[in-house]
Design a protein around this ligand. Structure first.
Ligand code: XUL
Length: 547
């Protein structure tokens, strides 16, 4: 039987900082969000990132995140919530790295509760900006790491993914090569999740396998940093990285500064942080359940699920990360997620309601017209020269055609690029901002031929962080609860009905001459790996003259 303790999950995503407070008996207590663009115009961000003349380079000033943490904790204090929190855990956008100098621990210990967090820690960074997950500028470093570790298959087997531009290892290597003096001044390299956890605990915090496996620096089978992988990235890495912990654990209590400035109880515990996708896995109740998959429609679109066993075999796509219970999850990530949807919607001066309505009114299959929505460089498939491509006579001026095309393209890309995972589930949980859009859910259901279900709390990463805080705290206080028991008490389906696939619409995608075959041909053509898709488009129109 669970007692009424309160737990805080903080999710620092690309565009906002979200706080979710849960009670193990009553479920969701409160939630708050701070949007970076609106709240911190001085950082000049759009969608959480500053404009850059180089589309491959995406760096963020970490002081914006520090300001947001200070403001969020003050808000929670004003609402008289901080004093009730038994434990807190952080979720954060994955892969980004924060570079800290030898002043860090002294600065954290010397923070004055009369002042904001940012006033005391401005001097702790050995690099002013942090490369985040949207950065694709490390192609050369990926090739160097791949060569040093013996090829794509060897890198994927050791670290869980083929060398990937946004991961910490290639990013650190580029920093070491380009700014060796600043690298020499760096005594600690945090992931964003361990950086925020460090601020809460007032000391250097570890990182978990959920985030730690997204670095190319860990051996996913032993659960430890890999010497070979670290050597392939940069010298002297071992002493600069956080401790890597296999699963949920406690870091310690919140710092004295947190108690005095924000009114936390001195007993409040800080739990090791993790990436937003591993936290979402928890926040959707999928820990231990390989039979349901999840789709997150956020800044990035991701498709992920729990794996009962660590997969073997050579792969060139997708990633393996650790989970809060010490097992594994798969993930496929797309960079042109909500920014691409928003761009198409805005280009035609429409709202999200129009976007959904158009998807409900237009024919599945879009009469054989396809868009490749590479507004930005894409992660899956790897596209470093962005640019939108249209096929089958899709006119740029056709609002409805383009809205259907962007939604279908994203759903089909997810379907095709997650094929390596194997068995498809018959139900998918959809989370994050886009999960409120009924038209999008309908397209997902039809393309995946699966029922689609939304959740009560769309901020599943922050909810998952709160659940991880609860799980680790209860275990440490002699009242361990299973993941199932905890999730049953807190994770609830959304009020909307489950969206079922339509047999007719699904056929238009899955038939031998269906739109999936067209889309695949368009993608191969755009990547220089296949012929003009015109013939496939004609075959689709022949098979579905009315579509
Ligand atoms: C996952 C990834 C993104 C970020 C966004 O590999 O890069 O989903 O975690 O927050």
């Amino acid at each position: 039987m669970l007692k009424d303790d309160w737990f805080l999950g903080l999710d620092l995503s690309t565009q906002s900082l979200t706080a979710v407070i849960i009670s193990t008996t009553a479920g969701l207590v409160r939630q708050f969000s701070i949007n970076f663009d609106n709240s911190y115009p001085g950082y000049g961000t759009h969608g959480g990132v500053p404009a850059s003349h180089d589309p491959l380079r995406v760096h963020v000033d970490p002081m914006m995140w520090v300001d947001a943490l200070d403001d969020m904790l003050r808000l929670l204090q004003k609402e008289a919530l901080t004093g009730r929190i038994a434990a807190v855990a952080v979720s954060a956008q994955q892969h980004g790295t924060v570079y800290l100098n030898n002043q860090t621990e002294t600065a954290l210990a010397g923070l004055d509760p009369a002042d904001g967090l940012s006033s005391g820690i401005g001097g702790i960074f050995s690099r002013r900006t942090c490369p985040i997950w949207m950065d694709s500028s490390t192609g050369r470093e990926c090739r160097e790491i791949t060569a040093a570790l013996g090829g794509d298959a060897a890198v994927a087997r050791l670290t869980g993914s083929v060398a990937t531009e946004r991961f910490a290892g290639p990013q650190i290597r580029k920093f070491w090569k380009e700014e060796p003096e600043a690298y020499a001044r760096t005594v600690h390299i945090a992931l964003i999740s361990s950086f925020v956890t460090t601020l809460l605990a007032g000391r250097i915090a570890p990182v978990d396998a959920g985030d730690g496996y997204g670095t190319h620096l860990a051996d996913i089978r032993s659960g430890t940093w890999s010497q070979a992988a670290m050597d392939a990235a940069a010298p002297g890495l071992q002493q600069r990285l956080p401790c890597l912990v296999a699963k949920d654990d406690r870091v310690g209590r919140v710092s004295a500064y947190m108690v005095k400035r924000f009114g936390f109880n001195p007993e409040t515990e800080v739990i090791v942080g993790s990436g937003d996708n591993p936290c979402s896995l928890v926040g959707l109740g999928l820990i231990g359940n390989p039979n349901l998959h999840a789709i997150s429609l956020g800044t990035s679109d991701t498709c992920f699920g729990y794996m009962a066993e660590m997969p073997d075999g050579a792969r060139t796509e997708g990633h393996i990360f650790g989970t809060a219970d010490g097992h594994a999850m798969f993930l496929v990530c797309f960079k042109n997620g909500s920014p691409a949807r928003a761009r198409v919607k805005d280009d035609y001066g429409l709202g999200w309601g129009d976007f959904s309505r158009i998807l409900m009114e237009t024919p599945p299959g879009n009469r054989g017209r396809v868009m490749l929505p590479y507004f930005m460089p894409e992660i899956t498939p790897l596209v470093l020269n962005p640019g939108v491509r249209r096929f089958g006579g899709l006119a740029a001026a056709d609002a409805a055609g383009n809205i259907r095309a962007v939604a279908e393209a994203q759903a089909m890309a997810m379907y095709l690029h997650s094929a390596w995972v194997g068995k498809r589930p018959d139900r998918i949980l959809v989370t994050a901002g886009g999960s409120g859009n009924h038209g999008l859910l309908t397209v997902m259901a039809d393309v995946f031929r699966a029922e689609v279900q939304t959740m009560e709390v769309k901020e599943s990463a922050a909810l998952g962080a709160a659940l991880r805080a609860a799980h680790a705290w209860l275990k440490g206080h002699g009242s361990a609860a299973g993941w199932n028991e905890l999730c049953n008490a807190v994770v609830k389906p959304g009020a909307d009905r489950v969206v079922k696939p339509s047999a007719d619409a699904s056929r238009r995608y899955h038939a031998p001459n269906g739109l999936l075959a067209v889309y695949e041909a368009c993608e191969r053509f755009a990547l220089g790996a296949g012929p003009d898709p015109e013939e496939k488009i004609r075959a689709f129109r022949g098979a579905f003259p009315a579509a």
